[in-house]
Design a protein around this ligand. Structure first.
Ligand code: PLP
Length: 433
């Protein structure tokens, strides 16, 4: 791959200026290079599997906008649909046909979803699904899992201690204790921890929310039967099961993690891929629960720009391409298998481990199996930072944190994968020089 070597002067200058006007110089903390050091690259364009920074340097991109760009950046059909929608006006604040098409598409593709409501981000989707679950069940408590991220909604910004179950302690300043009080935290892959929370909070739990594949503590897969047991436990306790498929939705396959694992949640949240790169989220599920939402029901939820016509055009186009071309999932999942399996071979020889499912994966700098938050936290983040820097220097753009996923897209080629493996190999070979 041809790389233009620069010292990223423009990114540096922009970062300097940005810090005067934007907290930390970034509009989302995950974009900062705080845990790896150095200057965040300011990007100016992207195409296919490549992204180019303000200094004109092009990288092979494994962030893919944190998941949405499953077809690759700037896909011609998505771009054309957006341009066409723009011709008709940017926002109407009224119902449109595009929203009906989008809703029908999601309901047709995901069997657990009878009705869906569009919002503007994954956070909004989760926040609204939780409200719907509480309204429907008339109960207040929510069980989430340590290490799962569900957006920056107050009640779910809860940190669990390293022990088993913890009552809510706010993770972020500015979240009143009371807001997090009804959030209970269980341990990923530990069904007993969920059982105990149900027993200790009898008839008080409105819902269990989970990333069916955890992709915000690196990538952690649900162990065999875990999601099924969770389903049974929710049903037995009259609590709703919410799958947060903001990352896995339309990525693992057309019916997401629920299709992959054959477990039917009551509600599902989406974001990222359904917007094709535009700011979109959605929540949907059982008709009787969704009928609780205003204006038909008593759970209020609204949005000035929800169902925005330009965003719908991008999302509908991306979803239809995925629906009509099943070879896309076959391709990105088999490319993922090859990539992560090869990476695992390199990792194993160097005291590291790789978790992966389809096109999602993570190289952990620990030789122990990673099955939950506690084991993920064993990873050597200083070593990750050195790896990150070396890969960036070689033109491979990874998420600047040990605890984020790698995303492959349909635009990544076998040559891209080979190149990335060579770079990783070279890091380990020269690590101690
Ligand atoms: N849920 C999951 C699983 C996520 O990964 C994210 C964001 O990465 C969110 C919710 C929040 O989505 P957004 O950043 O669009 O608000």
């Amino acid at each position: 791959m041809e790389l233009k070597r620069t010292r990223h002067e423009k990114s540096r200058a922009l970062f300097c200026e940005a810090q005067q006007y934007i907290p930390g110089g970034v509009n989302s903390p995950v974009r900062a290079f705080q845990s790896v050091g150095g200057t965040p690259r300011f990007m100016q364009s992207a195409n296919g599997a490549r992204i180019t920074d303000a200094d004109g340097r092009t990288y092979l991109d494994y962030i893919c906008s944190w998941g949405p760009m499953v077809l690759g950046h700037n896909h011609p059909a998505v771009k054309a649909a957006v341009l066409q929608a723009v011709e008709n006006g940017l926002s109407f604040g009224a119902a449109t046909e595009a929203e009906v098409i989008m809703a029908r598409l999601i309901c047709d593709l995901v069997p657990s979803i009878d009705m869906v409501r569009m919002v503007n981000s994954g956070t909004e989707a989760v926040m609204s699904a939780i409200r719907a679950a509480r309204g429907y069940t008339q109960k207040a408590k929510i069980i989430k899992f340590e290490g799962c991220y569900h957006g920056h909604f107050d009640a779910l910004l809860v940190k669990a201690g390293s022990g088993v179950m913890t009552a809510g302690v706010p993770d972020s300043a500015g979240v009143p204790k009371g807001t997090a009080e009804d959030t209970l935290t269980a341990v990923y892959n530990d069904i007993d921890s969920v059982q105990k929370l149900f027993e200790d909070n009898k008839d008080k739990v409105a819902a269990v929310i989970i990333e069916p594949v955890a992709a915000n503590m690196g990538v952690v897969l649900p162990e065999d039967g875990f999601l099924k047991q969770l389903r049974e436990m929710c049903t037995a306790n009259k609590a709703l099961l919410i799958f947060d498929e903001v990352i896995t939705g339309f990525r693992l396959g057309i019916d997401g993690a629920q299709g992959w694992f054959g477990v039917k949640p009551d509600l599902t949240t989406f974001g990222k891929i359904i917007g094709g790169g535009m700011p979109v989220g959605a929540y949907g599920g059982r008709r009787d629960v969704m009928q609780m939402i205003a204006p038909v029901g008593s759970v209020y939820q609204a949005g000035t720009l929800s169902g925005n016509p330009v965003a719908m055009a991008a999302g509908i186009t991306q979803l239809k391409i995925l629906r009509d071309n099943p070879e896309i999932y076959h391709r990105i999942n088999s490319l993922g298998d090859r990539f992560y399996n090869e990476l695992q071979k390199i990792a194993q020889q160097n005291g590291c481990t790789v978790n992966h499912i389809g096109s999602l994966g993570c190289l952990f700098f620990t030789d122990k199996p990673v099955t939950n938050y506690t084991s993920a936290k064993q990873a050597d983040t200083a070593r990750f930072a050195r790896y990150f820097k070396k890969m960036l220097g070689d033109g491979v753009y990874l998420a600047p944190s040990q605890f984020e996923a790698m995303f492959l897209s349909y635009a990544h080629t076998d040559e891209d994968i080979d190149f990335t493996l060579q770079c990783a190999n070279s890091f380990f070979e020269h690590e101690n020089e």
